[in-house]
Design a binder for this molecule. Structure first.
Ligand code: SF4
Length: 179
């Protein structure tokens, strides 16, 4: 039987969700008997190919992330929002209480660890900030939600097992973890 093809992307996020994926430890070997990871921060691939399952970790906070989320939707039959940042916006939403320009000024000028005497804020050469950081499903349809910060490794493995059995998983409350 052909292996299921998987792509994962890491958008406005920390590494935690992908680290939790790797925390399934040696059970990843069993998963890899059934799944090919075609595109991911954990493999070296340049383009998002057509795949069966796509995973997005992270919120959408700039125009590049919106583009990548749309690309994932185009290329993935089933799309998973993985982790609180992707599902709800997560910690990225803390900036939503101020205008995007003020958030940029805080990040590039005001923080005590920043040395930027000319007050330069990068503009054209970097992805443009959205007015707010938003969950993935505000831009593209999501098929599976996996809350948690990060989702537990056992929960991630269970989600894949359910999908491999042909079921669309609904993560029960007792499997949601916030470590
Ligand atoms: S949900 Fe938590 S662990 Fe995952 S990317 Fe967001 S902050 Fe990191």
């Amino acid at each position: 039987m052909a292996k299921v093809k998987l792509a994962t992307v890491w958008l406005e996020a920390c590494a935690g969700c992908h680290m939790s994926f790797l925390d399934i430890d040696d059970r990843i070997l069993g998963l890899l008997e059934k799944v090919d990871i075609m595109y991911s921060p954990v493999v070296d691939a340049k383009e998002i190919p057509k795949v069966d399952i796509g995973v997005i970790s992270g919120a959408l906070g700039n125009d590049e992330e919106v583009h990548l989320a749309k690309k994932m939707r185009e290329q993935c039959d089933i799309l998973i929002a993985w982790g609180d940042c992707a599902v709800f916006g997560g910690i990225n939403s803390m900036r939503n209480f101020m205008p995007a320009e003020e958030a940029l000024k805080k990040a590039y000028v005001d923080t005590v660890s920043t040395v930027n005497p000319e007050g330069i804020i990068p503009g054209e050469d970097i992805p443009q900030l959205l007015p707010k950081a938003i969950p993935v499903d505000q831009v593209v349809k999501v098929d599976v939600y996996v809350p948690g910060c990060p989702p537990d490794a056992d929960t991630i493995l269970w989600v894949f097992q359910e999908l491999l059995e042909g079921r669309i998983p609904k993560v029960p409350a007792e499997m949601m973890r916030y470590d």
